[in-house]
Each structure stands twice: as structure tokens, then as C-alpha cells.
Design a protein around this ligand. Sequence first.
Ligand code: KIV
Ligand code: ZN
Length: 523
Amino acid sequence: MAQNMTDKSRVLIFDTTLRDGEQSPGATMTHDEKLEIAMLLDEMGVDIIEAGFPIASEGDFEAVSEIARRSKNSVICGLSRANYKDIDRCFEAVKHAARPRIHTFIGTSPLHRGITDLDQDQMVARIHDTVTHARNLCEDVQWSAMDAIRTERDYLCRVVETAIKAGATTINIPDTVGYTLPQESADIIAMLLEKVPGADEVIFATHCHNDLGMATANALAAVSAGARQIECTINGLGERAGNTALEEVVMAIKVRKDLMPYQTGIDTTKIMHLSRRVSQVSGFPVQYNKAIVGKNAFLHESGIHQDGVLKNVETFEIMKPADIGITETNIAMGKHSGRAALRSKLKELGFDLADNQLNDVFVRFKALADRKKEIFDEDLIALMTDQVANTDHDYLQVKWLRVVCGSDGQEAELKMLVDGEEKTAKCSGDGPVDAVFRCVKSIYPSKARLKLYQVQAVTAGTDAQATVIVRLEEEGRIASGSAADTDTILASAKAYVGALNRLRVRSQKTAPDADVKTVSYKL
Ligand code: KIV
Ligand code: ZN
């Protein structure tokens, strides 16, 4: 794919939810969750999926390899630092894809050069060698100038030219620290296109972080100046204030065709389902007033707005809920609803299940229907989330729980599986949740500290399910777990155990985060 691709109005969407998004503290996803998200991105029409950082851990490597094997449409890309070992490992993982891509990067700004201990000329040589090496392995090579925005302009032109000459097919210009503003974002792309020899032979990409709340605006400005690949994540997930939100740039291009005469290949009706799934598996709730996918994004509270919308929906709505896949009718299901009704309702909500999956969900649905009179869309979404978040394959599993609480004190008795072995504990505590967490700690001792404990009612009513989110921290690593149940204490136990499972996955990552060290191995 080159900058001079035939359709100049086509903007490629590069999704990095599974790499930059997952790098966000606490957003660790399991292997199965990554696979599920990747398949949804592939079906939605994402052009390139950055599936992970293969050298970071065995788990990342496995996830990238399997996504590469399974994806049908998207280019599958892996990240690597500027050294041969990273690049080789990356190619080993992505080579299974029909269309693999190696993404290699180095920090080019004075601050980043400082931590690599390379002077300007040495860095140019390093870029030449690593991009050439990557290109010898793979036809599709993306090179990124990390912290490009704070790189001296002349030097930026020089490194970009070096990468193009060495064979890079996509050049990414990241605003790594979310520092730029729209005009500057556009000017840099325009300058590179004008000054760098060979610039019209490659695709320029924009990769913006949201530290000043500018990521969407900066990405769109870069496109107006000639960039043809936007790097983004679902819900804007990512380090610190996150990355450009996919749903925002895609809908901005769709809604403002008059000012943004471009197209993406995204089926926007799949956005809402992906947003919910990413929020659920990452444990990062979407803020209520988040653009496009927030709970309130299509709600009209004030009388004037409601009246206007009823008379003509366009008075206060610039897009339709159905454009992003909101089709809920919110007709309740109950214990008399059958398998076929459940299947069709779940399909409407974006969950297309195979027969064996439906059987499992149906059992859980019936159990919920016994405890809760009416089951709404939100209940089903919570049930599906729980089904994926806490599975029978997990290292730690909650098997049984009994809690006694009241004015005489609180005591919990818990049975868990630890790597398949049954263990029990009985503890009292300062409240029922504390008693349960003490049981978990006594069965599976760890140094993890509780950073967040959040309970949200899924729907109204005293029989409502609660979604519990637990975030834990251990030796600088953060992981979240979530669970849903009509019993808040049971959901708390499962969420706590889910976070411990993810912490375990996170501790298996060996390489430092991509944004910190760029050169840790000799060529
Ligand atoms: O923000 C950044 O610079 C990155 C690079 C690794 C592309 O994520
Ligand atoms: Zn980034």
C-alpha cells in the first residue's frame, strides 16, 4: 500500500487496542479476550490490527500468532523495537497472516535519543539497518519515529527519508505524549510530504495520544494534510489519557463528508458492540458523556430537546443510534423465554453464538431468570461479559461461597480452584466483602493491593444484577477483573479473583513497556 494508492480519498484505519490500548495500566486482556476482540475488529473492517508486542512475553507472542492465523480480512501487525531480535520475533508471530506487517520504532526526539545513547548519525544508521532487516523478512513494513512531534524538523525529515530508502512502506508520525495541536499536526505531515524524497511512495500515518484532549482533532487535521492512516483504539483506550478513539474519527469522517471528503472501510453498525466488549474485557468503564459510545450520547433529558427530537430527530441528533449499532428495543425477557428468543436477542445485541456456546449461555440465562423477574438487554450484556471474563479454564476459580453478615459480625467461607486443586478458607472481616477478600488471600497469598472496588447496578430494582470491577496492583503491575451477579458479594469474589488471574498474566510479560526503552539489545 503506498501513499499514491489509487483511491486518494481512502483513509486506512489501524487499530491498536490490543497493543497500545492494552499497555494502559490495568487493561490486561486474556488470550481468549484478545482473540475475540481481534475477530470483531476484523469483521468490522479495520484495515490493520496491531495485535501486540510479540517479544514482550510468550503470551503476547501466542496471541499475535493466533490472531494472524485466524484473521480473514485485516493486515496483522506486531510491534518491535529497533533491534534484530525484536524484529525476528515479531515476524515469527505475524508471518501466519495472509497479510503480515512488521512495525518497528525508535524514539527520535532529543529526549528519546538521550535514553538510547545514540547520536544523530548512529540513530540514522540504526534505522537504516533495522528497517532493511525487517524489509528482508516482510514486504509490509511500518516505521515509527516515536515522539516525532518533539523531534527537530530537519532531523525528522532525515530519519523519515532513511526509513523510506530502507524500504518502509508506511511512515508513522506519533504524537507520543499528546503535545501537539491540530494546526501543527497538519503542518508536520504537509512538510514531510513536500520535503522528503520518496514521500509520495509511502503511506503517512498519524498516531495521537490524548493528553490535551486533542487526539481526535489532531488525527483529523493530519488526514486533511495528507496522512492516509489513522492509528486509534476502541473507546480511546491507551496509556495515560489514551489514544485517538476509533469511533470518533470514523464517525467524524462519516458525518462531516462535506469537510472530510474521505472514506474508511468501517462498518459503523459494529461500533457499539465493540465498545462494550472492550470496556468489559479491559475493565475500563466508558464515561457516560463519552462522544459516540457513552451511555448518554443519544439521550435527551431536557424538555426542549425531547420535544425537538420527537418532532424532527435531526433537531438535536447529528447521527442515528442505529448508525453505530444501537438497536435495543428493551423488551424484557423472562423465565419463559426459549432458546430461539435468546439467540435472536443476543444476535441483535451483537453476540452471534455457535450452538454449544448458546447452550452454556442458556443455562446461565435460566439461572438468572429464576432470581430476576425481568431480564433486560443490559442484563444479557452483563451475563455475556461474565461468561467470557470468568471461565472454567482460569487458573483461579470461585466455586462456592457462603457469607454470614449482620449486626453480629461478618464471616465468609469460600471454596476455590487453584490450578485445578480445590482449596477452602473461612475468615471474618470488616464487612462481608472484606471477609471474602481475606478468604481469597488465605487461599492464594499475594502482595496485590486493592486500587479500585466499584459496584454498579446493571438495571433498576432490588433484584438487579450488580457489575463489580476490582483493580489490583502488584510490583507496579496493574490488572482489573469484573463480574456480574444478582449477589453483589459473589460478584465481588469473582471480580477479585479475575483481577488476580490477569495480574498473573501480566507478570509473565518480560519486556519493558514499548514507550520507555527503545534499544535494549545489540544488533
Ligand atoms: O505513542 C507512540 O509513540 C507509540 C509508538 C510505539 C508507535 O505507541
Ligand atoms: Zn502510542
